[in-house]
Structures are given as structure tokens and as C-alpha cells.
Design a protein around this ligand. Structure first.
Ligand code: 16G
Ligand code: ZN
Length: 530
């Protein structure tokens, strides 16, 4: 009877209007907002089911991240703040695509197949970005949850990582923190301030920076956050919400086009950063003394952070291994630097946060970043325990205790649940402050190989199959041999192709010793994909 009513409400208020098939991809469902109402309603239902099954709070985030404003999307957050389990992505896709009149029976099947008992308390946390379509879509989710008697906490406009954080806090009996914005801001800012001490500047480091908010939720939250941070860091926010979301600005724009956002002055030497539309990606940039635009992407952030953590671990005398996780998009120079200079173990996994996150959990301390600026650091519970003990063990030498205390505070600056641009920004600022580095000194660690990304539209992107963390192609059968022989012609050449997980295209990546060669390599490889 409940399902019948739920189907009725769905059909009346949020009907599936076209036969167009939609898939739960790398970042959930994502497409034009007007095609999403029925999907969101159904994801409300599914989140409630997942909550009943796990007997835990589940999150639903409504956002299309760095995509254009007319797009929107939805993804589910599992109990520990991680991405929805793969087997449920399949269920989500099925539920999103069934006919209006098959909703009731599909719901029954899901319950039966997953041994879920209806009526078990369901609790879902809902958050949304600043898109104009988001309030309506949030209502669809809420109606879906309530239609199967689930309870809802609507957090309104929040960043994606904030929602992940709230879900984790609630499900870990608040051991991780308080599941609300006040708790989130307080935790991050108190640790950040404690690490900074009373000298806001240090060496070449100055405590002011420019921030491009992508006209999204990150800008909004940063304004509130400044009240918690006080004057220990001065953040000037541009693209702070008056303009169009992600338009000519934001982390994706800056990374892909390798140029500064609009509406932001960029004087030589000024440290600047960009967030994306839902504030889970961060990149830095500056103008060097020759006037060149310089990008510091996720790889630069990862190496900076891993280097600092490794140093603190060594100083603390705690025995912990540090690993760094990258994808095929990581610049070849960064990988070489990690291997040869940092001496940190590096792993490569396929694109997508869930792969990086899971691999990072295998280390005592796992640093993961995608080149696009999404990433964080995860500490195993054993590592956390060891660091905590060292920080309070008075039998240890003073330097060890100091380093362990710093590590312990650093853990509180980091949102370990998922990549978080605001938390990552505090993390980078903390490391630069500790090292006494200007942005140019940070950039000097290694020089990126020039690179180029291209998109190729094909009839069916899935004809491309890859292996070895997407670095090699297995299908079509001769494509890899062709790529190999093209790459061989270029000094420092490297290239790969992969089907996008979010768009109907095949992506081509190439790097080489010069920009002209990287462009040429990308182009030649792209021609083989057509
Ligand atoms: C999604 C992923 C991101 C990845 C991107 C690649 C999550 C939460 N997000 O946005 O990590 O870099 O897809 O897109 O996993 P692509 O497959 O279209 O290249
Ligand atoms: Zn994002």
C-alpha cells in the first residue's frame, strides 16, 4: 500500500517523461536539470532503502559540480562518507529507468533482493548546491524519502564535502565531529589556528591569498568561515556569487584551460586558488616574475602535503608508512618527483574518487589527489592511535612530541571523508606557513611536463576498453600498438585514451617535452580514436 501510494505520487508529481536511459556514473546521475525530477524522487526512495539496510544515515547530494549551471545531478553518500557501493549503483540505475507504472514492483523487488525490512527507521541527510534548479530537485528527493516513511534532515545549501562530513559524524557517534556546519567550521578552524600560532607570516610565506569561488557554494561558505578564522588568514574572494556558476571561472576552468578565472586581478607573485562549483576541488595558481601564468594542480598539492606529513612522521619517531595515490592524469614529472625525491610509495588507480579513496586506505597514511584538484589524506585508525599516543607520551624527546602534536592537529584540519576544497586550502596554507614558502618556492619542487587534454566524440565510447589503471588500451585490439608507435616519436612522450565516465566522449591525454609536441601527440592519438 505504501509503495502503491509512492508510485502514485511519483507518477503525478515527478513522472518519467521520456524513454531516455540514464546511468549512475562516476559522480552519480548528471544531466540537464529538467530531465532529473523523476530520478531525484526515486533516489530519495533508494536512499531511504539504503538507510534501512545499513541502519545508518545516508546522504543525498544534489549538484553537478563544475558543470554548467543548467545541469544538475545527484549522488548518494554511504555511511562512512564514502561513495555509494558499486552494486547499489546498478540498483540506482535500474530504479531511475523503470516506467512510472513499474515503480511499485521495482521497489518491492529491491527490498526483497536485499533483505530490507520496510519500517526500519530510515534517516537521510539532504544537501544541495546553489543551482537555481536545486531547491525543486531537493523537494523531489524529500518527497521520495517521505513516501516510504523515511526521516529527512535537510541541510539546505552545503558543499559536497560538508554533506559527506555530516553523514560520517552522525554515523560514527560523533567521534569524528558534530554533524552540523558549526561543528565543521569549529573543528577545522581551531586546529588551523593552533598550528598557525601567533606568527601569521613566516619566511617568504604571507598570510593573504586570492580565492576564486566559482560563483558557487564554496564562496558562500568561505564568507561564513572567515568569521571563525578571524585575522590569521586574509582571503579575498572573487566570483563570490554574483555571476553565473562556473562560468569562465572555477577549478575546472583554470585546470583544463590553464588560464586564470575572469574577474580576478592576478599580480605577480600573489598566491591564488580556485574552488569548483560544489567546493570539492582546489587548484592554486600565480603569475611568475616573467608574467607567465603558473598552475599548481592536484599533483602539486599532493606532493606538498605528502612531503610535509613525511617530515613530521620522521620527526615524531612514529613508525608509519605514507603512500600517495594518483591516476593516469598525474603529470609524469610529479610521479618522478615522488619516486626520486620524496621517497614515498606511489600507486596508480583508475579515475574516480572511490578508487583513489579505497587505495589510500591501504596505507597507514594515504594521500590521494586527482590532477584536477580533488583529494584528501586518510589516516588509518592504528595511525591515529599511534600519533595520539606519541603526542602525549612525556617519555619521548621534546622534538618528537612537538611533531606528533602537529600531526595530530593536522588531522583535524583535514576532512578525511572526501576531497574538500575548503579543508584542503587550510591544509596547503598550513604547510606553506610551516615551510615558510612563497607560492613560487612551492612550485619549484618540479616542473610539469607540458600536456594536453582532448575530447573525441564517437558513436559508442564503450568500444574503448582499458587496463593498467587506464594507462593502456585493450580494445579496439590494435589501438594500443598504434598509440605506442606514435608516442615513441616524442621525447618524454606519454599518452592514453579512456572513455569518459561523465560525458559521452573519449578522452585523450598527452604529455611531451614541449607544449607544441604535447599538442601534436594528443592530436595524432585522437585521430586514431575516430
Ligand atoms: C567525476 C569524478 C572525478 C573524476 C571525473 C572524471 C567523483 C566523485 N568524481 O567527476 O573524480 O575526475 O569524474 O570525469 O568520483 P571523466 O570520467 O568524464 O573524465
Ligand atoms: Zn566538484
Amino acid at each position: 500500500d505504501i509503495f502503491k501510494k509512492s508510485q502514485q505520487l511519483g507518477t503525478e508529481k515527478y513522472p518519467r517523461k521520456s524513454e531516455k536511459w540514464i546511468q549512475y556514473g562516476t559522480s552519480g546521475f548528471r544531466t540537464k536539470a529538467e530531465e532529473l525530477a523523476h530520478v531525484l524522487y526515486r533516489m530519495g526512495i533508494l536512499a531511504a532503502f539504503r538507510s534501512m539496510q545499513k541502519n545508518a544515515v545516508i546522504g543525498v547530494m544534489i549538484t553537478a559540480s563544475h558543470n554548467d549551471e543548467p545541469d544538475n545531478g545527484v549522488k548518494l553518500v554511504d555511511p562512512h562518507g564514502e561513495m555509494l557501493e558499486a552494486s547499489w549503483e546498478v540498483i540506482a540505475t535500474e530504479l531511475a529507468n523503470v516506467k512510472n507504472e513499474d515503480l511499485e514492483s521495482t521497489m518491492s523487488n529491491i527490498l526483497e533482493n536485499n533483505k530490507i525490512v520496510l519500517g526500519t527507521n530510515a534517516m537521510v541527510y539532504v544537501g544541495r548546491d546553489t543551482r537555481p534548479s536545486s531547491p525543486f530537485l531537493a523537494q523531489a528527493v524529500i518527497d521520495g524519502i517521505k513516501s516510504v516513511q523515511g526521516c529527512v534532515t535537510d541541510f539546505g545549501v552545503v558543499s559536497t564535502p560538508q554533506l559527506h562530513y555530516f553523514v560520517t559524524c552522525q554515523n560514527t557517534e560523533k567521534a569524528y565531529g558534530e554533524p552540523d556546519e558549526e561543528g565543521y567550521f569549529s573543528k577545522l578552524s581551531s586546529a588551523f589556528k593552533a598550528l598557525r600560532g601567533s606568527n601569521y607570516d613566516n619566511g617568504s610565506y604571507q598570510h593573504s591569498l586570492s580565492l576564486d569561488g566559482a560563483n558557487g557554494v564554496g564562496a558562500l561558505k568561505m564568507k561564513t568561515f572567515q568569521e571563525y578564522l578571524g585575522n590569521c588568514i586574509k582571503v579575498s574572494i572573487y566570483n563570490s556569487g554574483d555571476g553565473k556558476l562556473n562560468y569562465q571561472c572555477g577549478a575546472d576552468h583554470v585546470k583544463v584551460l590553464q588560464k586564470p578565472p575572469q574577474n580576478m586581478p592576478l599580480e605577480v607573485g600573489t598566491r591564488a586558488a580556485s574552488l569548483d562549483g560544489d567546493a570539492d576541488r582546489l587548484v592554486y595558481f600565480y603569475r611568475d616574475t616573467q608574467g607567465n601564468f603558473k598552475l599548481l594542480d592536484g599533483d602539486k598539492i599532493a606532493t606538498l602535503v605528502a612531503g610535509y606529513i613525511k617530515k613530521l612522521i620522521k620527526e615524531s619517531g612514529v613508525n608509519l608508512n605514507v603512500g600517495l595515490v594518483q591516476t593516469a592524469y598525474a603529470n609524469g614529472s610529479s610521479t618522478e618527483y615522488i619516486n626520486n625525491t620524496l621517497g614515498v610509495e606511489v600507486a596508480c588507480v583508475p579515475t574516480g574518487v572511490k578508487f583513489l579513496h579505497h587505495r589510500a586506505l591501504e596505507f597507514d597514511v594515504g594521500v590521494y589527489f586527482e590532477a584536477n584538484g580533488h583529494g584528501t589524506v586518510v589516516f588509518s585508525s592504528a595511525a591515529t592511535e599511534k600519533i595520539k599516543n606519541a603526542a602525549t607520551d612525556e617519555s619521548l624527546p621534546a622534538e618528537c612530541i612537538t611533531a606528533a602534536k602537529q600531526l595530530f592537529l593536522l588531522m583535524d584540519v583535514i576532512n578525511q571523508t572526501v576531497g574538500d576544497a575548503i579543508s584542503d586550502l587550510l591544509l596547503v596554507e598550513t604547510v606553506l606557513h610551516a615551510f615558510g614558502w612563497s607560492v613560487a618556492e612551492w612550485d619549484a619542487a618540479y616542473t610539469d611536463l607540458p600536456n594536453r587534454q582532448m575530447k573525441v566524440s564517437v558513436a559508442d565510447r564503450n568500444v574503448i576498453q582499458t587496463t593498467d589503471a587506464e594507462r593502456r588500451c585493450t580494445d579496439p585490439p590494435t589501438l594500443q600498438t598504434e598509440i605506442d608507435s606514435i608516442v615513441a616519436k616524442f621525447s618524454k612522450g606519454r599518452s592514453f585514451v579512456r572513455p569518459s565516465g561523465t560525458e559521452d566522449v573519449v578522452r585523450v591525454y598527452a604529455e611531451a617535452d614541449s607544449q607544441a609536441n604535447a599538442d601534436k601527440l594528443a592530436h595524432e592519438v585522437a585521430l586514431k580514436v575516430y
